[in-house]
Write a protein that binds this ligand. Structure first.
Ligand SMILES: Nc1nc2c(c(=O)[nH]1)N[C@@H](CN(C=O)c1ccc(C(=O)N[C@@H](CCC(=O)O)C(=O)O)cc1)CN2
Length: 283
């Protein structure tokens, strides 16, 4: 079997096209949409992701607001950037690019974001809404994963899903999303303390690997026909490497590659969150 590719790049382009029309409709009603980013330090990956987010904004007609701070920025400087975006009427929503450099209090920074401008859905208030299944902005990677699975008709209802990684941007909120009544999947959240990972993955209809361990998932760990989504990113000898070994595509039914799978969907969902927030205030 050769897996069908869950093409996040093409799907994200379709979503941006739809968002472009919605941004234009808002503009016709006199409502401008603006996305802000706070980027601290020199991490090449973070710089690349933030650059791509602003490029996407330009394509869709969303105004970009950048606050770039040096690697030695103090907690006060980061909090000041957040306060400025909270107060900026041109900023519909914004994100603080993660991870922040060591020594900065990430939790405190996220808590200072105005929950109504929280384009990442990572403020505790909005994560609480997700737990309570109330409407609100959803974290972009899990929202993108669900949109990708739906776009390619991967069955979710009653599916056994194994998520590997309990991080706050991907694994943990994904478990909450997939167990909503609208998705109705059964989720096992695996992590570094999981005793026999393969015993879990072999039973799964869908595997989402977000551990950041190169080639963690190999073909012998996958049930034939399962969907496998690669979210993890590591650098091996300077080359970006995902969590899923290439031979998995020979046994899986669907594969979300990395790059080209979940990453572009994460960015598309960020724009969607900002547009949805603008539409909600306009109605
Ligand atoms: N504030 C946040 N920080 C981080 C998040 C997040 O959702 N919010 N998630 C990740 C990184 N991330 C978003 O910022 C992200 C990861 C990957 C991509 C992407 O488009 N990747 C491309 C490949 C890019 C390349 O070639 O380097 C792909 O997969 O095709 C976008 C965003 C951690 N931080």
């Amino acid at each position: 079997m050769t897996a069908q590719i869950l093409d996040g790049k093409a799907t994200a382009a379709e979503i941006r096209n739809d968002l472009k029309a919605r941004v234009a409709a808002l503009r016709d009603r006199g409502i401008a949409v603006g996305l802000g980013t706070v980027l601290v330090g020199d991490d090449p990956g973070s710089h690349a992701y933030v650059g791509m987010k602003h490029r996407d904004c330009a394509e869709v007609g969303i105004r970009s607001i950048r606050r770039d701070l040096p690697a030695d920025a103090t907690q006060e400087q980061v909090e000041q950037a957040v306060a400025e975006l909270n107060a900026d009427p041109d900023c519909t929503g914004y994100i603080v690019q993660l991870p922040l450099p060591k020594g900065l209090d990430e939790k405190r920074v996220l808590e200072l974001i105005d929950p109504d401008k929280d384009a990442d859905g990572l403020h505790p208030f909005n994560l609480g809404r997700l737990v309570l299944m109330q409407p609100g902005p959803l974290p972009c990677t899990p929202k993108g994963i669900v949109a990708l699975l739906r776009r390619f008709d991967v069955p979710l209802r009653g599916a056994e899903v194994v998520v590997i990684g309990r991080g706050v941007t991907a694994g943990r909120p994904l478990g909450l999303l997939l167990t909503r009544r609208s998705e109705n999947a059964t989720v096992t959240l695996c992590h570094t303390g999981t005793k026999d990972l393969a015993a879990h993955t072999r039973k799964a209809d869908i595997i989402v690997a977000a551990a950041g361990v190169p080639a963690l998932i190999t073909a012998d760990m996958v049930k034939p026909g399962a969907a496998v989504l690669d979210v993890g990113v590591s650098r091996v000898n300077g080359k970006l490497t995902g969590d899923v070994a290439p031979d998995v595509a020979e046994i899986a039914g669907w594969v979300a590659p990395n790059p080209g799978g979940v990453g572009p969907m994460t960015r598309a969902m960020l724009l969607a969150n900002v547009v949805e927030a603008a539409e909600a205030t306009a109605s």
